[in-house]
Design a protein around this ligand. Structure first.
Ligand code: PHE
Length: 350
């Protein structure tokens, strides 16, 4: 063969290269890539064909054309590997749902598709209600303080004018943690109310006091639609010179107005709690039925004395509201047990 044969071969190598690279750029998806590989790099492919024809060239032409063909082989293999890796990567990013789309370029990302919605959590309805109640009281000048669910008998009962033999302790059947040192008031229990935050707060500071204290409480209860063995309370306490029952009523009326609106009927009735005198409860109208949402009263002089306050100089009022009860009235929830059953059908409504 002549040297013009060598020139032809080198020319065909160059045009094969151009064609192959253009074809590779256009090949999209695993199938098209494999087709390309067979056509250009396969055992019976076009590059092999070129290599096979080298035998008809004279030696020096064969050497230079052979080197060019081998270089091309290396280049095409490298380009192919790179393209396949890129295609696999974008294929996983588009996801398996993509492969079935006709006409679409498999592996391409359709940026116009709507994103996947991620499900977000939310606050528990009790927490939401508590926060709304705290906000109402905070705006009236009450500061939020928090206590512990595990409480000393001394604060849950004794300091609140409920000595060990007091029959009113039976009103709140208690879950005890440690009763061994009960006789000294040192028993440990799950608090039955948030009222221990009254003496705990007063012990630490002088009047005036204006606090609200939210938290969980526990009692041994036969549960029903309005009673649970675990529930929350928001305690309130105000102590100052000259506070009267009118202040108590004004505060709680305003609270009810903010939570339920001005039209909702509320009523006070006499009630008994050992740490207040006089004591009341407040109920809210629920379709013609009265539902109690809080206990309240003027702080008992003995409770003031227990923390070293002078009951001749200071008076105060206290209240304890049940946020689950409030939420039931506000949102028409018919069973308090929903709050602690962890049923998403209930929880996701709020
Ligand atoms: N702690 C009382 C209860 O759980 C409610 C209450 C609080 C009553 C404050 C009066 C004053 O029933």
């Amino acid at each position: 063969m002549t040297s013009s044969g060598a020139a032809d071969t080198e020319e065909s190598i160059t045009s094969l290269k151009d064609e192959a690279l253009a074809g590779l750029a256009a090949a999209s998806g695993a199938e098209a890539l494999e087709q390309w590989r067979v056509e250009f790099l396969g055992r019976k492919g076009r590059l092999t064909g070129v290599l096979r024809n080298l035998g008809s060239l004279d030696e020096s032409a064969r050497r230079s054309a052979g080197a060019a063909a081998n270089r091309l082989k290396g280049e095409l293999e490298a380009a192919f590997d790179e393209r396949r890796t890129a295609s696999q990567r974008s294929g996983t990013e588009t996801g398996p749902g993509d492969s079935g789309r006709s006409g679409g370029r498999t592996g391409a990302i359709d940026v116009t598709l709507p994103g996947r919605r991620s499900r977000t959590g939310r606050l528990h309805p009790s927490t939401q209600m508590i926060r709304e109640m705290l906000e109402a009281f905070n705006e009236m000048g009450f500061q939020t303080v928090e206590g512990n669910e595990v409480e000393l008998e001394r604060y849950n009962f004794d300091m609140l004018n409920l000595p060990a033999d007091h029959p009113a302790r039976d009103m709140q059947d208690t879950i005890w943690i440690d009763r061994s040192s009960r006789s000294e008031g040192g028993g440990v229990l799950l608090r039955t109310q948030t009222s221990p935050m009254q003496p705990r707060t007063m012990e630490k500071q002088d009047p005036p006091v204006r606090i609200v204290s939210p938290g969980k409480c526990f009692r041994i209860e036969a549960t029903d639609a309005t009673h649970e063995w675990q529930f929350h309370q928001v305690e309130g306490l105000a102590v100052d010179e000259g506070l009267s029952f009118a202040d108590l009523k004004g505060t709680l009326y305003e609270f009810a107005r903010r939570i339920f609106g001005a039209g909702r009927k509320v009523r006070f009735r006499c009630d008994f709690f050992p740490f207040v005198e006089p004591g009341v409860d407040m109920s809210v109208d629920w379709n013609g039925r009265w539902v109690e949402i809080l206990g309240a009263g003027m702080v008992h002089p003995q409770v003031l004395r227990n923390v070293g306050y002078d009951p001749e100089k200071y008076t105060g009022f206290a209240f304890g509201v049940g946020p689950e009860r409030v939420a039931m009235l506000k949102y028409g929830i018919e069973d308090i047990r929903h709050f602690f059953s962890n049923d998403l059908r209930f929880l996701s409504q709020f």
